[in-house]
Write a protein that binds this ligand. Structure first.
Ligand code: ZN
Ligand code: FE
Length: 262
């Protein structure tokens, strides 16, 4: 049986995700910006929380952990390299490790760049239609990627390449509702991309109706996310370096985004 995915808006513009295996009744949570909306969703669904998976140490991803553990007794798992700056962990994780939720196994990827030690959780083929579910938080985001607070552009580029290698129908379950401003930057650097303009219209409508723009399909990210399109000639020419490598193009685009005021 597939995992059931619930997307939960938290704080001003964060998302937490619940995954539930109906076969065994096991439930896990990815990131805890704050406890109340997540507890409300658990009781609405009648689910009992067993595990909490942490992607990285930023307060907007862990501030609700203590309340959540107090309310549910769930076990907290997080990155080994982040353990010194995370709440107490039942288990530390590195790339290549796996976690399980009922019958489903999730692979841990190191997706450093936004922070060093940021991890992602990939549940191959676990979605309702057999899609892969990838919990990417602030690495690959809808139409963008996280700011480089700790890692280097090369690190983030390598991380994005790992995620881009997942199947096209993968659901990218990222950590924030930043899609509108990410798309404004994308339109600035990739103006002649028709798929991008179609996505901008879709996202406008979703936001006007108060709907989340996550999770997003990896196929759509590859077609419209400028940071996954660093190999495209149009983006190399936008940065004025048609001969740049893909990693150099990524670094230049990420630096431009830091100072972009759409
Ligand atoms: Zn963050
Ligand atoms: Fe964040």
């Amino acid at each position: 049986m597939p995992l059931i995915l619930e997307t939960i808006p938290c704080l001003a513009d964060n998302y937490a995700y619940l995954i539930h295996d109906p076969a065994t009744g096991e439930t896990a949570l990815i990131d805890v910006p704050e406890a109340p909306p997540i507890l409300a969703r658990l009781s609405e669904k009648g689910w009992v929380l067993h595990q909490i998976f942490i992607t990285h140490h930023h307060p907007d991803h862990i501030d609700g952990v203590a309340d959540m553990v107090a309310a549910t007794g769930a076990a907290v798992l997080g990155g080994a390299d982040d353990a010194h700056r995370l709440p107490p962990l039942a288990r530390t994780l590195r790339e290549g490790d796996t976690v399980s939720v009922g019958a489903h196994e999730g692979r841990v990827l190191d997706v450093s760049g936004h922070t060093v030690g940021h991890i992602a959780f990939v549940f191959d083929g676990a979605g309702e239609e057999g899609e892969t579910l990838a919990f990417t938080a602030d690495s690959l985001m809808a139409a963008g990627c996280g700011r480089l607070f700790e890692g280097t552009p090369d690190q983030m580029w390598a991380s994005l390449q790992k995620l881009a290698a997942l199947p096209d129908d993968t659901w990218v379950c990222s950590g924030h509702e930043y899609t509108t401003s990410n798309l404004a930057f994308a339109a600035h650097v990739d103006a002649d991309n028709p798929a991008l303009h179609a996505r901008i219209e879709k996202v406008k409508k979703a936001r006007a109706e108060g709907r989340a723009t996550v999770p997003s399909r990896l196929s759509g990210e590859k077609a419209t996310n400028p940071f996954l399109r660093s190999g495209e000639a149009a983006l190399k020419s936008f940065i004025g370096q048609p001969e740049a490598t893909d990693a150099q193009t990524f670094a230049a685009l990420r630096a431009l985004k830091d100072n972009f005021r759409g």
